[in-house]
Write a new protein. Structure first.
Length: 380
């Protein structure tokens, strides 16, 4: 507890200053080292219009941070012998073999090299919440690139791809959101790790502000992977029916306390407080880069996206967002608008960063995530 009090005394003034300067509106930080929670701080407003304040229980849209949790569900099934990473997706989901996708493997999907990145062109926010419709349309459509040929970030399709593989290999055939709840969130005590909220938690969700976030222009491949009608923006993601749907790549609504428990499990080699989800050897393998690590990704505006084969990003690149962990062996995942969580296996450090002022930061010295990460590591 003394350790926690000492680090809170370091982190809290930083959060207060970021809010006072207008760089954040509402923010939560929770961190674990080993088996101990070492930071638990928050500041600012959950809703600027009403003046309601962030507290420990405030929930935030975390967008693509959700992908790390969803990828972990695949690894759980592999741990149980129910999924082979190098098997074709169609072994588990026969309809997926349509339109020349029979050679796409589970590993291709985890690695974002499947080529199956395009959302259905007729998607709407309502149809996006219809699991069976989304899976049927993704199965019908051809890939944009041949499987394994290049980095091609599956911005939104990743969720239905991994989710349907898990659902079809689950002996109980549970909906994916229920699987994540029962197999990951509840065992870890991560009570607010939601892929599809229940009605009762909705009043706790912070209001998003997207004035500072970059929107991809028409004609960019991101517009096919993430069409404007379902873009990762307050609308449609604050619509009540979207909040209640399981959208595994980008629909997570978490708080920092619960998210930090998830990352702490990975930082500790698959176990937290006596609950083991994954073997230490499997978790140690996750930080290996995929073959196309150095490829410019056409979905991600021609940037090199540091993704490991396992579906997590690697956390030590020299620019935001993945500068925050400062270690290329760290597993992390950023989310649209600046959310991030990470697990550093060398320090056994896990950090969750949740907020509601969506931004794109180019420079490390202007990046809240990296500033806070550096402060925590310095205090350790």
């Amino acid at each position: 507890m003394a350790h926690s009090n000492r680090l809170n005394a370091v982190v809290q003034p930083i959060l207060d200053r970021l809010v006072a300067e207008g760089r954040e509106i509402g923010i939560q930080i929770c961190a674990w080292q080993g088996e101990d929670q070492i930071v638990d701080c928050w500041a600012g407003l959950a809703d600027a219009a009403s003046g309601s304040k962030v507290d420990a229980d405030t929930l935030f849209n975390v967008f693509s941070v959700s992908k790390a949790v969803s990828a972990t569900a695949v690894h759980l099934q592999a741990e149980r012998g129910l999924i082979d990473y190098d098997a074709p997706v169609a072994d588990y989901w026969p309809d997926f073999s349509q339109a020349g996708k029979g050679d796409v493997t589970v590993r291709h999907v985890l690695s974002h090299v499947s080529g199956v990145l395009r959302m259905p062109p007729d998607v709407t926010p309502e149809l996006m919440t219809n699991w069976d419709w989304m899976c049927r349309r993704i199965a019908e459509m051809p890939g944009v690139y041949p499987a394994g040929s290049r980095s091609s970030y599956q911005s939104m399709t990743f969720g239905w791809l991994v989710g349907e593989i898990v659902r079809r290999t689950d002996p109980k055939r549970r909906p994916f959101g229920q699987f994540v709840r029962e197999e990951i969130a509840e065992p870890l005590g991560a009570t607010d790790l939601w892929l599809g909220i229940p009605d009762g938690v909705e009043p706790r969700i912070a209001t998003l502000d997207a004035v500072s976030v970059y929107v991809a222009p028409d004609g960019n491949l991101m517009r096919e992977a993430q069409p404007k009608i379902v873009d990762l923006m307050p609308d449609p993601f604050e619509r009540p029916y979207v909040r209640r749907a399981c959208i595994p790549a980008v629909g997570g609504i978490f708080n920092a306390r619960s998210e930090a428990r998830f990352w702490a499990m990975l930082a500790n080699g698959g176990e937290l407080n006596g609950v083991r989800l994954l073997s230490a050897d499997r978790v140690a393998s996750f930080a290996a880069p995929r073959p196309h690590f150095e490829d410019a990704d056409p979905v991600f505006f021609g940037m090199v996206v540091p993704i490991a084969w396992s579906g997590y990003w690697l956390g030590g690149a020299a620019a935001p967002p993945v500068s925050a962990p400062r270690n290329m062996r760290a597993l992390c995942h950023p989310g649209m608008g600046g959310s991030i969580g990470w697990a550093d296996p060398d320090l056994k450090l896990a950090v969750a960063f949740c907020h509601n002022r969506m931004f794109d930061t180019r420079e490390i010295d202007q990046d809240s995530r990296t500033l806070i990460g550096d402060a925590i590591r310095a205090a350790l």
